[in-house]
Structures are given as structure tokens and as C-alpha cells.
Design a protein around this ligand. Structure first.
Ligand code: ZN
Length: 562
């Protein structure tokens, strides 16, 4: 295996709708929501901007090179098709109102022909030499999400938001169009297994596939994909890369059965992947196998997938030998896929025993953040001014920043098993004192969560060990609220009530502390909240407790020595 030779990410300040690799040169073009087109030369060490131009005030929806890379073609929300000079970005040709509706997708068929599809489902074929529309297909009644062209069969296929797969023989312009309609939004499309099958990714996450020429019904569907399939590309005839709305790039093998092979890359949890494409130079000469992806994180990212193609024989990276079905290579590739990636939806690779992979990811992340905002970490190092203290459970499924959707520097955090607050816990009291008196947080949120193992253990009478002494606090909460908890119909509901009471109890203990009492006496602005988070739906909710001053508290706990 070679080292990682992927170029660094290209950060933008606006969302990228589409990008494309030049077929023979190390050049990548990105189309942005602002109507700008950027052309970069990419390299392992650095990327260089070659040119940029604004083709429209409206968003660029698609960019595509023709077959030999001599022309760059663009589509825009302004309904135009434009061709640009690859070396300079100069406008060569423009069809202003190419469609009646905004154009959503472009696909190059060969040297001179392209297909475009719009927001209302109309597909047009163009010959750029004339440049005139050669054919129009009306087979969809919602946006054209993706198209692919089976060159050897002269067949254009399109997938739409209306759930329709349409199949068009481009040689016989009057031939009746075959379609198949599904009850799902189709978003991405490709051929696989040497045109033997066609696969479409969908909003629901299902991958639907058809046997070639048997279009009336799907051959089958695969439901193993954990997020929507917003984009996909073929890595080889038996392997797909998908991009989902959870920001992950996943490997899926399709032979002999559909199977998830691991996570290949990550744009970040809240950043859906917009497009994934394979550099067509993969396997040619000494070029690294390079995958590109753009997502809502506004980064064009590159992924070195050379490991998936490498073999120990002399014909390293020789695509032809891969495609001719060399068995040894296939097995090696399969092995590399499974060992090079993390498996399932987990991002941590258990074979990374020295945690070098983790550090590597950390360094890449730090580098990418610095690229997009050179002062980010410098500013961060100047100090913190969080307004919120979070006291939560140590449970790995309840991370404060994600639940609150706040960034680094915004939440001060204390977590322990079952979010217990007691007056003898020096760690918790120190956090409370520092955050209130020094950082001057304005809110303390004590957040419990359902399915809490700590609360469940306390509720049971099983002995677990040392931790029983800690969980004893929760048994007290149960004893104090037993009549109310026991009113619930079943065990699960009773446990949920106990989680609620435990969070409220801890929030009360925060208020009873000398630290909070003193803060209120000083007139410091401080509110203590009790919340509960439901892991099953991701939602945090307010519980019936909130206090902003001593008079909110029970009399006995309020100190009165002025
Ligand atoms: Zn818990």
C-alpha cells in the first residue's frame, strides 16, 4: 500500500453544487451556489487555483467535461447551458434559455453530445456543434436527480424525484421510452456489473437495482444503507461509493450480494454529501486512485482510494487487469476494502491499536479547519466565554455539544454516570464554582436521558460493585418519589419517570449549593434548568424545574445570613 497521496481539501466560503475531474489532467472544476466556477490544479502537497469566473448570478447546478476534456460545460439555475475554455474559463458558447425550468443535471454522452434535465422532469439531448437540441424526453413529472449513459448500448438513463427510472435509446429517437415507477424519491444512478445492472439510490436509503433490459420491475432492493443515498458513483463494476445526508461516504459491494463494506470518508455529521465522483485517471499509469466529494461543509475533499486498487503483483493499479476479472486482484481488492475501512457506521477502526488513525484524522481535521479559517484555533486559544454549564451523563450517546448544537467554546461540561449532583463530589463542585464564579455562565442545564444504564442499575437491586455507592443517590431519589414513579403502568415508563426525577433532583442540588446561593445573593444572572434527552428521537425536553433565584427554592435550603 502506498501512503496517503490525497490532495488537501479545497475550502470554499459558499456551498458547492457540483464538481468534476478533468479526464486526463490533474484539474478539478467546482460549481458554486454563487454562480462562480473555480478551476484548480490539484496535487498531493497543494492545490493551485488556475482561474475562476462567474457564469451567472444564479447558482451553478452542474459542471462536466466532455469525453476528451477539451470542453467544460456548465448548467445553471438561470436555465442556461454554457461551454467554457478549459485553460482560461473564457465563455465559448451559451444557450440562454435552454430549458423552460431551472436545469438540475448535466451528463456528457461523448465528445459533442450532452443530456440536461430540469426541475420539472424534462430531459433534452444537445449536439454542441450546432448547438441545437436533438431530442426532448418528457417521462418525469418531478426534478431530474441524476443521469447516466451506457455508451456501448447508446442508452441514457435518468432517475427522478418522482420515483421514476426512465430509459432512452439515443439511436432511435422515436422509440417508446421504458420507465419504472417506485414509491420513493430517486436521487442517484449508475450502471454496474458491466452494464448488466442499473442501481439507483433513494431518499429512504434503499438501493434499487434492475437487470438490464428488464425495466418494468426492480430486480431487488437493498435496505442496508443507514442514511439517504444522495449521490453515488461506481468505483469498479462491483463496488459503489455512496454519499448520504449524514455526511458519510460509504463503500458498498454488489457481488455476490449487496453488502456494506465500511466508511470511506466523512464530511461531518450535519453536512450532507452533495456529490461524489471518481477521477477517471484512476489506475492509469502511476496516478493515484482518487475519489472526490463535496458536501454542505463547503469543502471539496479528496480521498486516496489507492489501497482499494493496489495489488502485490507487478501490475499495480492497472485498471485493465482489474476489469478483466483477475481473480487474485479481485480478492486482494476485497481484502483491502474490508481492512482499510472501519466497518458498519462506526468511525473508529478497532484495528487502529496505536490510535495513529485517530490522530491522523485529527490532524486532517485541524488542517482543514485552519485552511477554511486561518484564525480559528488562534482565536480559540485566547480564552473561553461559555454561557452554559452542562451537567450530563457520561453515556457516549449524549454528547453535550451535539445535543445543544453548539460549537467549541460555547459549553462548559461536567459529566458523570447518571448526572448525579451531590454536595460531597469535589469534582462536580469545582466545575460548578469555576464556571459560575470565574466564567460567569448564565445557565446550568442538568440533563438526564432515557435508557440510562446508571438509572436502570439503581432501579434494579442487583449489585454491580463500587458504582453501587454512587448510584445509591438515585435510590434515594426513587424513595422520595416512589408513589409517583409507581403510578406508571410498566417498568419502562417507571424508569423514565425516575430519569426525570433524578435530573430534577440533581438540578435542585445545584441550586442548594453554596455556590449558586452565593451567586444569587450577589445578584448574578443565573438560571438552573432540568432537562431530559430521549436517545430514541434525539430530542431534549424541558422538565418541570427551573430556578433563577433563591425564592424559587424550598425555604429550608435557602441561607439567610446577609
Ligand atoms: Zn446515563
Amino acid at each position: 500500500m502506498n501512503g496517503n497521496t490525497a490532495p488537501p481539501s479545497i475550502p470554499f466560503t459558499d456551498p458547492i453544487f457540483d464538481f468534476c475531474f478533468h479526464p486526463t489532467r490533474h484539474v478539478v472544476v467546482s460549481g458554486l451556489i454563487t454562480g462562480y466556477i473555480y478551476c484548480h490544479q490539484y496535487g498531493t502537497e497543494a492545490n493551485t487555483l488556475l482561474w475562476s469566473t462567474q457564469i451567472s448570478k444564479k447558482s451553478t447546478r452542474g459542471v462536466e467535461f466532455n469525453q476528451d476534456g477539451s470542453l467544460l460545460m456548465t448548467i445553471s439555475r438561470d436555465k442556461s447551458i454554457q461551454t467554457l475554455d478549459v485553460d482560461t474559463g473564457r465563455l465559448l458558447m451559451k444557450i440562454p434559455k435552454a430549458h423552460k425550468y431551472p436545469i438540475n443535471k448535466i451528463h456528457a454522452l461523448d465528445l459533442n453530445r450532452i443530456a440536461t434535465g430540469d426541475d420539472e422532469g424534462i430531459i433534452k439531448l444537445w449536439d454542441l456543434r450546432t448547438p441545437k437540441m436533438a431530442q426532448q424526453y418528457i417521462s418525469h413529472d418531478d426534478f431530474i436527480a441524476d443521469m447516466t449513459f451506457a455508451e456501448g448500448k447508446s442508452t441514457l438513463l435518468a432517475a427522478g424525484g418522482d420515483g421514476v427510472l426512465s430509459i432512452h435509446d439515443t439511436r432511435k429517437l422515436d422509440k417508446k421510452v421504458a420507465t419504472c415507477t417506485l414509491d420513493d424519491e430517486l436521487l442517484a444512478l449508475t450502471t454496474i456489473k458491466d452494464y448488466d445492472q442499473v442501481v439507483a439510490g433513494s431518499q429512504s436509503g434503499a438501493l434499487y437495482y434492475w437487470q438490464w433490459n428488464e425495466w418494468a420491475t426492480i430486480k431487488d432492493k437493498w435496505l442496508g444503507h443507514p442514511s439517504s443515498v444522495d449521490t453515488l458513483c461506481k468505483l469498479d463494476e462491483d463496488t459503489l461509493c455512496t454519499g448520504g445526508n449524514d455526511g458519510l461516504l460509504r463503500l458498498v459491494s454488489v457481488s455476490p450480494d449487496y453488502q456494506f463494506e465500511g466508511v470511506l470518508g466523512d464530511h461531518g455529521e450535519d453536512f450532507p454529501v452533495e456529490r461524489v465522483r471518481l477521477s477517471s485517471q484512476n489506475g492509469a499509469g502511476d496516478a493515484a486512485a482518487l475519489l472526490g466529494s463535496c458536501g454542505h461543509d463547503m469543502n471539496l475533499r479528496f480521498w486516496d482510494i489507492g489501497d482499494l486498487y493496489d495489488s502485490d503483483s507487478d501490475d499495480d493499479g492497472d485498471k485493465d487487469s482489474q476489469e478483466s476479472g483477475n481473480n487474485t486482484n479481485d480478492k486482494k481488492r476485497q481484502h483491502d476494502i474490508t481492512t482499510a475501512t472501519t466497518g458498519h457506521t462506526k468511525r473508529f477502526d478497532c484495528s487502529d491499536v496505536n490510535l495513529d488513525g485517530l490522530l491522523d484524522k485529527n490532524h486532517k481535521w485541524a488542517k482543514a479547519v485552519t485552511e477554511s479559517d486561518p484564525n480559528y484555533f488562534k482565536d480559540m486559544a485566547l480564552g473561553q466565554t461559555p454561557k452554559i454549564l452542562w451537567i450530563g451523563c457520561s453515556d457516549s450517546r449524549v454528547p453535550a455539544n451535539q445535543v445543544l448544537q453548539l460549537g467549541p467554546g460555547e459549553v462548559f461540561v461536567h459529566r458523570n454516570i447518571a448526572n448525579v449532583v451531590t454536595h460531597t463530589d469535589m469534582s462536580c463542585l469545582s466545575v460548578l464554582q469555576y464556571s459560575i464564579e470565574v466564567l460567569k455562565v448564565e445557565h446550568v442545564i442538568v440533563c438526564g436521558h432515557y435508557n440510562c444504564g446508571g438509572v436502570a442499575a439503581a432501579y434494579s437491586r442487583k449489585q454491580v460493585g463500587l458504582i453501587d455507592n454512587w448510584l445509591r443517590n438515585i435510590k434515594d431519589v426513587y424513595r422520595l418519589n416512589a408513589s409517583s414513579v409507581n403510578k406508571e403502568e410498566d417498568e419502562q415508563q417507571r424508569m423514565r419517570r425516575l430519569v426525570d426525577y433524578n435530573a430534577i433532583h440533581s438540578a435542585q442540588n445545584v441550586c442548594y449549593s453554596t455556590i449558586v446561593q452565593d451567586a444569587w445573593k450577589r445578584g448574578q444572572k443565573l438560571t438552573v434548568h432540568a432537562w431530559v434527552h430521549d436517545i430514541a428521537d434525539g430530542m431534549a425536553r424541558k422538565l418541570n424545574f427551573k430556578a433563577s433565584c433563591a425564592s424559587d427554592m424550598e425555604f429550608i435550603y435557602v441561607s439567610n445570613n446577609e
